[in-house]
Design a protein. Structure first.
Ligand SMILES: NC(=O)c1ccc[n+]([C@@H]2O[C@H](COP(=O)([O-])OP(=O)(O)OC[C@H]3O[C@@H](n4cnc5c(N)ncnc54)[C@H](O)[C@@H]3O)[C@@H](O)[C@H]2O)c1
Ligand SMILES: NC(=O)c1ccc[n+]([C@@H]2O[C@H](COP(=O)([O-])OP(=O)(O)OC[C@H]3O[C@@H](n4cnc5c(N)ncnc54)[C@H](O)[C@@H]3O)[C@@H](O)[C@H]2O)c1
Lengths: 212, 212
DNA sequence: TTTTTATTGAAAATTATTTCACAAATCGTC
DNA sequence: GACGATTTGTGAAATAATTTTCAATAAAAA
């Protein structure tokens, strides 16, 4: 299924490249060099060339990369040529902000269902997305073939909710709770831990001052 | 200032350890092994021991680590024994959610000032945090000695706002916009790019199936 | 006390990622 | 069609991070 496993570090950069290629495309630029890309995305140009080279020879020496064909290529690679549905669980403070933010503006991902325990939220529509009670979680995930869940519930219920989602066939979880949830090996968790990010930032400021 | 530069990968894990040590402390456990820690934070136990060893011999062979002294140590290292003030710029959708979320519950970071261009927001208080007009940005950052900014403005103004914040003395930026902002080398940017995270997750599901 | 079991800390090995540096290819111009 | 300027793609080197391994030590059990 994969084109001989790309390094993870590279995979994490692909969306960054993809995004900037879209910007170039929208401004009718049709060529770009690794140096120019480097300045925009803040990744070393050699790293960019190396990253691209895992997918074959995408550029032309002495010329650079053709924006349109590169864009088309990455769109395919990132599955952005199809719409991907995701579910959001926990329509609270953060969940609402994410619902309201239209991921679909920037990417081909759409939150197509949301879930919450609160009875007053059940069967309402928030920012155009239907909210279901938790009792329908499994059925909706299965019916809508949803493989990706955004988890914005309180930490205390995160593991239980995760287990339920996985029972419903979910394969990827974007986890905003601070809990490192346990999942089977065929399920991928991407943690977004905002408190951590702040603490890490503070650590770097205190300990890695004025260099690099 | 630093204890002979710790690897970045290690630095990023410190808040995760710190957080779990607090949980152990609160449940009156007074010792913990790297294996137990490993299960909770989902980091290999050898990596944990390696990480800790950069700070010296913190544990006892055949025994493990003393929760309280380890906690005290990391609290110091992470500067969590003092309160750190941060500013939030852009009180919109996401900014509001972050304001509402009290980082201070989980860490010694507090949003002490927020800023927005919208005139109707200026000089109001949201979730206990005063909102200032952008004209006061520089003065407030300087007066309050704020070194950290959470950036939740639209992408189109991200660079300008960043420049202003840096002019006000800011040294670290938690950047929620998709723009990779340009900053001088003595300023640190931590990017939180949610669209990217989703796309990366999709990529991993499609290309790194059932293993590792 | 002695033995067994648990567990760290550190050196070494391994694996992953980034960066250097340059030959080869291509473009645009004369 | 040759020339100079660019810019890729990639070996090789450098750097970073993880994992293996095991001697040393502490606690618990015998
Ligand atoms: N809000 C932030 O800015 C922020 C920042 C960092 C981390 N987080 C984390 O994100 C998560 C959500 O934070 P929040 O501020 O939105 O909390 P919140 O309390 O506002 O929202 C949580 C929502 O989950 C729902 N919920 C509770 N139990 C549930 C269950 N069993 N099944 C389904 N839904 C359930 C609640 O009804 C509520 O609507 C938390 O884990 C928090 O630690 C939030
Ligand atoms: N909301 C989300 O879930 C989400 C998800 C991913 C990324 N983001 C990113 O986070 C950022 C904010 O998103 P949002 O949904 O909160 O947008 P938003 O439009 O709701 O909020 C932006 C806020 O910034 C303020 N603002 C505009 N120009 C400003 C300026 N020059 N100085 C100060 N304030 C200014 C606006 O008045 C508004 O209150 C965007 O860059 C977005 O791409 C948001």
């Amino acid at each position: 299924m994969a084109e001989t496993k790309i390094p993870k570090a590279t995979a994490k950069r692909l969306p960054i490249y993809y995004r900037y290629l879209n910007i170039l495309h929208d401004s009718d630029k049709n060529r770009v060099s690794s140096t120019e890309l480097s300045e925009a995305v803040k990744v070393d140009s050699a790293t960019i060339r190396r990253d691209f080279s895992y997918f074959g020879a995408l550029g032309k020496r002495g010329y650079g990369y053709d924006v349109d064909s590169l864009l088309k290529f990455f769109k395919k690679i990132l599955n952005q040529d199809k719409l991907t549905n995701a579910a959001l669980i926990g329509v609270g403070n953060l969940g609402n902000a994410l619902l309201n933010f239209n991921f679909h503006q920037n990417s081909n991902v759409r939150i197509s269902a949301a879930f919450d325990v609160r009875p007053d939220l059940a069967n309402t529509v928030q920012s155009g997305v239907p909210i279901y009670p938790m009792s329908e979680l499994r059925k909706q995930l299965e019916d809508q073939q949803i493989k990706i869940v955004i988890l914005t519930v309180p930490e205390s219920v995160a593991q239980n909710v995760t287990d339920d989602a996985i029972a419903g066939g979910v394969r990827g979880i974007l986890n905003f709770t601070p809990l490192r949830v346990s999942v089977p090996t065929n399920v991928r968790v991407q943690n977004v831990d905002l408190t951590n990010e702040l603490q890490t930032l503070i650590y770097f400021l205190d300990h890695y001052n004025e260099e690099e």
